[in-house]
Design a protein around this ligand. Structure first.
Ligand SMILES: Cc1cc2nc3c(=O)[nH]c(=O)nc-3n(C[C@H](O)[C@H](O)[C@H](O)COP(=O)(O)O)c2cc1C
Length: 218
Protein backbone atom coordinates (compact mmCIF):
# COMPACT_ATOMS: atom_id res chain seq x y z
CA UNK A 1 0.00 0.00 0.00
CA UNK A 2 2.88 2.40 0.77
CA UNK A 3 3.69 3.67 -2.77
CA UNK A 4 0.03 4.15 -3.75
CA UNK A 5 -1.32 5.06 -0.34
CA UNK A 6 -2.22 8.55 -1.44
CA UNK A 7 -4.35 7.27 -4.34
CA UNK A 8 -6.00 4.64 -2.17
CA UNK A 9 -6.70 6.96 0.76
CA UNK A 10 -7.87 9.87 -1.41
CA UNK A 11 -10.20 7.46 -3.23
CA UNK A 12 -12.06 6.54 -0.04
CA UNK A 13 -15.39 8.19 0.65
CA UNK A 14 -15.92 10.23 3.82
CA UNK A 15 -19.06 11.79 5.23
CA UNK A 16 -21.28 10.52 2.44
CA UNK A 17 -24.38 10.28 4.63
CA UNK A 18 -27.32 10.24 4.84
CA UNK A 19 -27.20 11.88 8.25
CA UNK A 20 -29.90 12.72 10.79
CA UNK A 21 -31.26 16.26 10.92
CA UNK A 22 -30.26 18.43 13.87
CA UNK A 23 -32.72 21.08 14.96
CA UNK A 24 -30.47 23.89 16.20
CA UNK A 25 -33.42 26.28 16.75
CA UNK A 26 -34.08 24.83 20.18
CA UNK A 27 -30.67 23.94 21.58
CA UNK A 28 -30.73 23.12 25.31
CA UNK A 29 -29.00 25.55 27.69
CA UNK A 30 -27.03 22.65 29.12
CA UNK A 31 -24.60 20.63 26.96
CA UNK A 32 -24.90 17.42 29.04
CA UNK A 33 -28.58 17.32 28.01
CA UNK A 34 -27.57 17.58 24.35
CA UNK A 35 -24.81 14.97 24.85
CA UNK A 36 -27.34 12.52 26.32
CA UNK A 37 -29.81 13.22 23.44
CA UNK A 38 -27.09 12.48 20.90
CA UNK A 39 -25.93 9.37 22.80
CA UNK A 40 -29.53 8.11 22.96
CA UNK A 41 -29.89 8.47 19.19
CA UNK A 42 -26.51 6.77 18.61
CA UNK A 43 -27.71 3.81 20.72
CA UNK A 44 -31.10 3.71 18.91
CA UNK A 45 -29.35 3.83 15.52
CA UNK A 46 -27.19 0.91 16.64
CA UNK A 47 -23.86 2.73 16.30
CA UNK A 48 -21.23 0.18 17.28
CA UNK A 49 -19.74 0.95 20.71
CA UNK A 50 -21.21 4.47 20.92
CA UNK A 51 -19.77 4.71 24.44
CA UNK A 52 -16.17 4.45 23.18
CA UNK A 53 -14.32 7.78 23.26
CA UNK A 54 -10.75 8.95 22.69
CA UNK A 55 -9.14 10.53 25.72
CA UNK A 56 -6.16 12.81 25.09
CA UNK A 57 -3.64 13.59 27.80
CA UNK A 58 -0.22 15.23 27.89
CA UNK A 59 2.93 13.84 29.49
CA UNK A 60 5.32 15.75 31.74
CA UNK A 61 7.11 17.14 28.63
CA UNK A 62 3.82 18.48 27.26
CA UNK A 63 3.81 15.74 24.59
CA UNK A 64 0.25 14.64 23.77
CA UNK A 65 -1.01 11.06 23.76
CA UNK A 66 -4.44 9.59 23.04
CA UNK A 67 -6.26 6.28 23.35
CA UNK A 68 -9.80 4.89 23.38
CA UNK A 69 -11.74 4.29 26.60
CA UNK A 70 -15.29 3.52 27.61
CA UNK A 71 -17.41 6.29 29.16
CA UNK A 72 -19.17 5.06 32.31
CA UNK A 73 -21.52 7.93 33.09
CA UNK A 74 -22.39 11.49 32.07
CA UNK A 75 -24.10 13.75 34.58
CA UNK A 76 -23.96 17.33 35.84
CA UNK A 77 -21.40 18.37 33.18
CA UNK A 78 -19.01 15.59 34.23
CA UNK A 79 -17.98 12.58 32.15
CA UNK A 80 -16.69 9.45 33.90
CA UNK A 81 -14.17 6.78 32.96
CA UNK A 82 -12.13 4.19 34.85
CA UNK A 83 -8.50 3.15 34.56
CA UNK A 84 -5.38 2.16 36.51
CA UNK A 85 -3.30 4.83 38.24
CA UNK A 86 -0.14 3.02 37.13
CA UNK A 87 -1.04 3.29 33.42
CA UNK A 88 0.48 5.92 31.16
CA UNK A 89 -2.72 7.93 31.11
CA UNK A 90 -2.99 7.54 34.89
CA UNK A 91 0.50 9.01 35.25
CA UNK A 92 -0.21 11.82 32.79
CA UNK A 93 -3.39 12.83 34.60
CA UNK A 94 -1.69 12.88 37.99
CA UNK A 95 0.87 15.28 36.50
CA UNK A 96 -1.60 17.32 34.43
CA UNK A 97 -5.35 16.72 34.85
CA UNK A 98 -6.33 18.74 31.75
CA UNK A 99 -7.76 16.28 29.20
CA UNK A 100 -9.85 16.11 26.04
CA UNK A 101 -12.52 13.52 25.20
CA UNK A 102 -13.60 12.89 21.60
CA UNK A 103 -16.55 10.86 20.33
CA UNK A 104 -17.05 10.07 16.63
CA UNK A 105 -20.10 8.24 15.33
CA UNK A 106 -19.55 7.70 11.56
CA UNK A 107 -23.06 6.36 10.96
CA UNK A 108 -24.48 9.67 12.19
CA UNK A 109 -21.70 11.96 10.94
CA UNK A 110 -21.42 13.30 14.47
CA UNK A 111 -18.44 14.28 16.58
CA UNK A 112 -18.40 15.58 20.16
CA UNK A 113 -15.34 17.24 21.64
CA UNK A 114 -15.06 17.80 25.39
CA UNK A 115 -12.25 19.65 27.18
CA UNK A 116 -12.03 19.62 30.93
CA UNK A 117 -10.20 18.72 34.10
CA UNK A 118 -10.04 15.13 35.35
CA UNK A 119 -10.66 14.42 39.03
CA UNK A 120 -9.83 11.14 40.76
CA UNK A 121 -13.06 10.19 42.54
CA UNK A 122 -11.17 8.28 45.24
CA UNK A 123 -10.77 4.75 46.57
CA UNK A 124 -14.42 3.85 47.13
CA UNK A 125 -15.61 5.02 43.68
CA UNK A 126 -12.77 3.03 42.08
CA UNK A 127 -13.69 -0.05 44.14
CA UNK A 128 -17.37 0.17 43.12
CA UNK A 129 -16.43 0.42 39.44
CA UNK A 130 -13.97 -2.48 39.71
CA UNK A 131 -16.55 -4.77 41.37
CA UNK A 132 -18.97 -4.06 38.49
CA UNK A 133 -16.48 -5.32 35.88
CA UNK A 134 -16.56 -8.90 34.59
CA UNK A 135 -14.43 -11.34 36.65
CA UNK A 136 -11.70 -11.54 33.98
CA UNK A 137 -11.63 -7.76 33.39
CA UNK A 138 -11.37 -7.36 37.15
CA UNK A 139 -8.52 -9.84 37.43
CA UNK A 140 -6.60 -8.09 34.62
CA UNK A 141 -7.11 -4.68 36.27
CA UNK A 142 -5.89 -6.12 39.56
CA UNK A 143 -2.53 -7.10 38.06
CA UNK A 144 -1.71 -3.35 38.43
CA UNK A 145 0.78 -3.34 35.53
CA UNK A 146 -1.18 -1.59 32.76
CA UNK A 147 1.13 0.03 30.16
CA UNK A 148 4.30 -1.49 31.64
CA UNK A 149 6.63 -3.73 29.57
CA UNK A 150 5.51 -7.38 29.58
CA UNK A 151 8.31 -10.00 29.56
CA UNK A 152 6.19 -12.93 28.33
CA UNK A 153 2.62 -14.22 27.85
CA UNK A 154 3.32 -16.69 30.69
CA UNK A 155 4.01 -13.81 33.06
CA UNK A 156 0.62 -12.30 32.16
CA UNK A 157 -1.27 -15.61 32.53
CA UNK A 158 0.42 -16.33 35.86
CA UNK A 159 -0.40 -12.88 37.20
CA UNK A 160 -4.07 -13.09 36.08
CA UNK A 161 -4.42 -16.59 37.65
CA UNK A 162 -3.12 -15.24 40.98
CA UNK A 163 -5.66 -12.41 40.90
CA UNK A 164 -8.51 -14.80 39.95
CA UNK A 165 -7.62 -16.93 42.94
CA UNK A 166 -7.67 -13.87 45.22
CA UNK A 167 -11.11 -12.85 43.87
CA UNK A 168 -12.38 -16.42 44.45
CA UNK A 169 -11.23 -16.27 48.07
CA UNK A 170 -12.54 -12.73 48.66
CA UNK A 171 -15.22 -11.63 46.14
CA UNK A 172 -15.05 -8.03 47.43
CA UNK A 173 -11.29 -7.65 47.00
CA UNK A 174 -10.13 -4.60 45.00
CA UNK A 175 -6.92 -2.81 44.14
CA UNK A 176 -6.42 0.80 45.25
CA UNK A 177 -4.86 1.45 41.83
CA UNK A 178 -8.15 1.15 39.92
CA UNK A 179 -9.82 4.56 39.88
CA UNK A 180 -12.91 6.25 38.54
CA UNK A 181 -12.19 9.70 37.11
CA UNK A 182 -14.68 12.49 36.44
CA UNK A 183 -13.84 14.93 33.67
CA UNK A 184 -15.44 18.23 34.65
CA UNK A 185 -16.19 19.85 31.29
CA UNK A 186 -15.34 23.47 30.53
CA UNK A 187 -15.94 23.36 26.79
CA UNK A 188 -18.06 21.01 24.64
CA UNK A 189 -18.46 21.13 20.87
CA UNK A 190 -21.15 19.31 18.88
CA UNK A 191 -20.35 18.75 15.20
CA UNK A 192 -22.82 17.50 12.62
CA UNK A 193 -21.44 16.51 9.23
CA UNK A 194 -23.04 17.79 6.04
CA UNK A 195 -22.50 15.86 2.81
CA UNK A 196 -21.74 19.22 1.07
CA UNK A 197 -19.18 19.99 3.79
CA UNK A 198 -21.25 22.82 5.29
CA UNK A 199 -20.90 21.17 8.66
CA UNK A 200 -22.82 22.51 11.64
CA UNK A 201 -20.82 23.24 14.78
CA UNK A 202 -22.00 24.55 18.13
CA UNK A 203 -19.56 25.19 20.95
CA UNK A 204 -20.64 25.44 24.58
CA UNK A 205 -18.38 27.35 26.99
CA UNK A 206 -18.54 27.46 30.78
CA UNK A 207 -17.95 30.87 32.42
CA UNK A 208 -18.57 31.47 36.14
CA UNK A 209 -20.77 28.39 36.36
CA UNK A 210 -22.93 29.43 33.37
CA UNK A 211 -22.98 27.77 29.97
CA UNK A 212 -23.22 29.85 26.81
CA UNK A 213 -23.12 28.57 23.26
CA UNK A 214 -22.11 29.89 19.87
CA UNK A 215 -22.02 28.60 16.33
CA UNK A 216 -18.61 28.07 14.70
CA UNK A 217 -17.54 28.20 11.07
CA UNK A 218 -17.32 24.71 9.60
C1 LIG B 1 -13.17 0.13 22.72
C2 LIG B 1 -12.07 0.22 23.75
C3 LIG B 1 -12.40 0.36 25.09
C4 LIG B 1 -11.40 0.49 26.07
N1 LIG B 1 -11.77 0.70 27.37
C5 LIG B 1 -10.81 0.91 28.30
C6 LIG B 1 -11.17 1.28 29.64
O1 LIG B 1 -12.37 1.46 29.98
N2 LIG B 1 -10.17 1.46 30.55
C7 LIG B 1 -8.84 1.31 30.21
O2 LIG B 1 -7.98 1.50 31.08
N3 LIG B 1 -8.47 0.99 28.95
C8 LIG B 1 -9.41 0.78 27.98
N4 LIG B 1 -9.05 0.48 26.68
C9 LIG B 1 -7.59 0.32 26.37
C10 LIG B 1 -6.95 1.70 26.15
O3 LIG B 1 -7.22 2.17 24.84
C11 LIG B 1 -5.41 1.68 26.35
O4 LIG B 1 -4.82 0.73 25.49
C12 LIG B 1 -5.00 1.35 27.77
O5 LIG B 1 -5.86 1.95 28.72
C13 LIG B 1 -3.57 1.79 28.04
O6 LIG B 1 -3.43 3.16 27.75
P1 LIG B 1 -2.23 4.06 28.33
O7 LIG B 1 -0.98 3.24 28.14
O8 LIG B 1 -2.22 5.30 27.51
O9 LIG B 1 -2.53 4.31 29.77
C14 LIG B 1 -10.02 0.38 25.68
C15 LIG B 1 -9.70 0.23 24.32
C16 LIG B 1 -10.70 0.17 23.37
C17 LIG B 1 -10.30 0.06 21.90
Amino acid sequence: MSTQSSNILRGLKALSGPFPTWDTQSLPENPTELFLDWMKLAIEMKVKEPHAMTISTVDSDGFPDARVLIIKEAKDDSFYFATGLESQKGQHIQHNPKVALTFYWPELGRQIRIRGVAEDMGLEAGAIDLRRRSPIARAVAMTEHQSQPLASEEELERSIAIQEQKIDQDPDIVTPNWRLFAVHAQQIEFWQADTDRKHTRYQYLLHDGQWTHQQLWP
